[in-house]
Design a protein around this ligand. Structure first.
Ligand code: HEC
Length: 152
């Protein structure tokens, strides 16, 4: 009887200690993982463009190829309604995304096009690559300014 009471108390304590997150959706972590992979590859060409890394045609091409393919991943299941900063914790996705989905999609398509252009020039030399990197960087930034909160 006493043992049971302790267990009961423990279970209640554990419940109280768990942060309450409404409607936690695995899509949030999945899309954040996607963006981490964008960054991990963009850092290579971005680093070379800014002179923080020596230009290496093969490395640049591999990173650009990855970015091209990563931006082709279907986004259909990554942005369920109700996974914005107003509705859940643990995301920086602003409600503006769902308020104007067409604009969000257009900004994603702009990234896809920029990634395609970068892929075509990344292995052709530092100057050629640099222009492509700039274009991709602008598409990342444009969407973040409109749709990503500073912090979650
Ligand atoms: C069409 C819009 C859009 C584009 C284009 C875009 N992002 Fe994002 N990004 C977002 C949103 C929205 C979030 C917040 C996601 C969340 O927290 O649920 C985000 C989050 C991130 C994060 C944080 C991930 C984490 O760990 O939580 C990184 C890093 C990032 N983006 C990098 C990039 C890079 C690099 C590019 C360009 C190659 C890019 N993004 C292009 C909308 C975009």
């Amino acid at each position: 009887m006493k043992f049971k009471t302790i267990l009961g108390t423990f279970a209640l304590g554990a419940m109280l200690a768990t942060p309450v997150i409404a409607d936690e959706d695995p899509a949030i972590e999945a899309r954040q993982g996607q963006f981490k992979l964008f960054s991990h590859n963009f850092a290579v060409v971005g680093g070379m463009a800014q002179g923080r890394m020596e230009y290496d045609a093969e490395m640049a091409q591999t990173a650009a190829d990855n970015l091209y393919h990563l931006t082709r991943v279907d986004q259909g299941r990554l942005w369920p309604e109700g996974t914005d900063t107003e509705s859940v914790e643990g995301t920086r996705a602003l409600p503006s995304i769902w308020e104007d989905l067409d604009d969000f999609v257009a900004k994603f398509v702009a990234l896809q096009e920029a990634a395609e252009n970068l892929q075509a020039v990344a292995g052709e030399g530092l100057d050629e690559m640099r222009a492509g990197v700039g274009q991709v960087g602008q598409t990342c930034q444009a969407c973040h300014e409109a749709n990503r909160a500073e912090s979650s």
